[in-house]
Design a protein around this ligand. Structure first.
Ligand code: UDP
Length: 299
């Protein structure tokens, strides 16, 4: 969110940031807090929000994204993706604004098709520990398309695959920040399972670029569109890269694999390439180097 706010301000927009600060650090917006075109409303979108100003675009990124954080806040996570999304869709209707919804690769669950294309309907456990997020985001997508069908609301839905970069919280709990922090502290690197599960990691700057391209795309393009880096790596290979790039003396330890942890994940981004002219260009090593440099300043 803070990366998106900064980019929108750089492009000359007026930006109103709405956050309940449940899982993020206020320091992430410190550098822009003095900008006269930027304001912050501390608010949880589970409650209705009324803003006097005109608003022409709403980016809805509200939701914890780390499995550790959303499982800790399971019911709030479902509320954010249902009641919260309804509140924001209502605001978009009232303001005549375009509505952008940050959805997720988690709508594919533990996918039986590989790589994942947008028409794949997924393999989600509706009662498992990840369901608050997976089913929450699936319902958020449904709401967007129903508001579009019922009220002609202009909607833009993207499905975000694993993303990383500077300004992730130290206690976020996702794999890239965990491994970097453990490596920098020379503590054991915790691989869940045998490390053969795969993910495809996108550097945050490119993701934000994809958001802006999608929001400003032709009116008839609603998505959902996959946004992610198709460069698939195993969790073990990620751990080894981070140890090498940090020069860490950490050993690798293996812990139990969490329930319903997806085995493979890789986006097919042909639609994003064709419709948005978007490709994530930063290599994993380059993105990790920037992220390691950031964590060195905060640890
Ligand atoms: N993971 C791990 N060690 C950690 C954190 C995560 O091995 O300290 C694994 C996790 O089990 C999963 C992958 O890394 O297979 C990605 O996990 P993350 O929480 O970053 O996001 P997910 O893709 O599961 O939503």
């Amino acid at each position: 969110g803070s990366h998106l706010c900064k980019r929108l301000l750089e492009e000359g927009n007026r930006v109103i940031c709405v956050d309940n600060f449940l899982t993020c650090d206020r320091r992430n917006i410190e550098t822009i807090s003095g900008n006269e075109h930027f304001s912050v409303i501390e608010h949880d979108i589970i409650d209705p929000l009324f803003v006097d100003e005109e608003i022409d675009q709403i980016y809805n990124l509200a939701c914890p994204a780390s499995p550790v954080q959303y499982q800790k806040n399971a019911i709030r996570t479902i509320k954010a993706n249902t009641i919260g999304v309804i509140n924001m869709l209502g605001m978009a209707r009232l303001k005549g604004a375009r509505f952008f919804q940050a959805s997720t690769s988690e709508v594919y669950g533990d996918p039986l098709e590989h790589p994942q294309q947008e028409h794949y309907r997924g393999n989600v456990n509706p009662i498992g520990p990840r369901a608050c997020y997976d089913e929450g985001k699936r319902c958020a997508e449904t709401l967007c398309f129903d508001y579009h069908r019922s009220h002609q609301l202009p909607i833009k839905v993207v499905r975000i695959f694993n993303t990383y970069g500077p300004h992730m919280a130290v206690d976020d709990g996702r794999v890239v920040s965990n491994f970097i922090i453990q490596a920098l502290r020379n503590e054991p690197i915790t691989i869940y399972g045998d490390g053969s599960q795969t993910r495809s990691f996108c550097y945050v700057r490119y993701l934000v670029d994809g958001f802006i391209r999608m929001m400003n795309s032709e009116e008839s393009l609603h998505g959902p569109i996959n946004l992610g880096n198709p460069n698939e790596v195993t969790v073990k290979a990620l751990a080894e890269r981070i140890v090498a790039l940090t020069g860490s003396s950490s050993e690798i330890v293996y812990k139990e694999l969490p329930q319903d942890d997806p085995t493979r994940r890789k986006p097919d981004i042909s639609v994003a390439k064709e419709k948005l002219g978007w490709t994530p260009e930063v290599s994993l090593d380059e993105g990790l180097t920037h992220t390691i440099a950031y964590f060195k300043t905060v640890l």
